[in-house]
Design a protein around this ligand. Structure first.
Ligand SMILES: [Zn+2]
Ligand SMILES: [Zn+2]
Length: 302
């Protein structure tokens, strides 16, 4: 299972209900953050998630709403005795920005911070999954990220039973080596397994519409798209480098996304003034499986 938790879903300024952008993703033993806005630590605490376990942070761009939580988080990691290196990924100038903010203040740091700047369509291989970056169109250099799980090989127990193999060490060997021999018969992994496409999560960060977004979002299980404004402000959205409700929904529909999550919500929308559902409602008229992301919302990707 891949677990995804929206820690912050506001845009430039937080609100009482929405923190600044950050998304937590848990995959097997890996814990990672996509963006790390101010207040991310408290959101992690509310969800009982340990700072020390986070090993990778992917920053979409160096607007303060997306990175202002980093300094405090790094200091807390130090106070909690982190030893393992922390990996920070981001667009051009990430090295410069990281060096600057880790030199702010007088706190010691006993773990390494390793930085990788990602260009358009760079891929980092993490074994069971890859992370691909893609350049988006914002007011400053910015990237989005694709989490793509590799093909999953599921053993088909019915097929296996034909060879009189039940669960046991032979299966482990089969998975490791790709074949086993039993009673002078060669059994190949592909004969007794089903390959399933890996799961895909796409996060745009801040961006206005551009045609390649469709290519990147294609067939995503979860497409998390900038939806700062509702359609009434579509021109403003474009000028400020953001998407709005129907644009996100049109992309999701065009490229067979399974679920669309709308995030980076402007503070003009709130429960108090009964405008919080506008964005979701507009998106749903085009693409039914559109959801307004909320802080602390958990999504399990099966
Ligand atoms: Zn932003
Ligand atoms: Zn921005």
């Amino acid at each position: 299972m891949i677990k995804l938790i929206f820690l912050g879903t506001s845009s430039g300024i937080p609100t009482k209900k929405r923190n600044l952008p950050s998304i937590f993703v848990m995959y097997k033993k890996d814990r990672m953050l996509f963006d790390c806005g101010e207040g991310t630590q408290r959101q992690l605490m509310i969800k009982k998630l340990k700072f020390v376990k986070i090993s990778k942070i992917f920053i979409t761009h160096w607007h303060a709403d997306h990175f202002s939580g980093l300094i405090g988080l790094i200091q807390s990691m130090e106070l909690e005795g982190r030893k393992e290196p922390l990996y920070i990924f981001g667009p051009v100038h990430t090295k410069k920005f990281t060096e600057q903010f880790i030199s702010v203040g007088y706190f010691a740091r006993r773990f390494d911070i390793l930085v990788k700047e990602m260009k358009n369509e760079d891929v980092v291989d993490f074994g069971n999954y890859i992370i691909q970056s893609f350049e988006v169109k914002h007011r400053i250099p910015a990237i989005g990220y694709i989490f793509q799980e590799k093909k999953r090989i599921n053993i088909d127990t019915k097929k296996l039973a034909k060879y009189n193999i039940n669960k046991g060490p032979l299966i482990g060997k089969l998975k490791r080596n790709g074949f086993i021999e039993k009673d002078n018969t060669l059994i190949k992994l592909e004969d007794v397994s089903i390959a399933k496409n890996g799961r895909k999560i796409v996060y745009t960060g801040d961006t206005k519409y551009f045609p390649e977004l469709e290519k990147y979002a294609e067939k995503a299980d979860i497409f998390i798209c900038d939806a700062t404004f509702d359609d009434e402000y579509s021109k403003k959205a474009y000028i400020y480098g953001h998407c709005c409700a129907s644009i996100a929904a049109k992309i999701a529909k065009a490229v067979n996304v399974k679920k669309l999550y709308l995030t980076h919500i402007s503070r003009r929308y709130s429960e108090e003034n009964k405008t919080d559902k506008i964005i979701q409602n507009q998106a749903r008229q085009i693409f039914k499986k559109s959801y307004l992301a909320r802080d602390l919302l958990e999504v399990n990707v099966r």
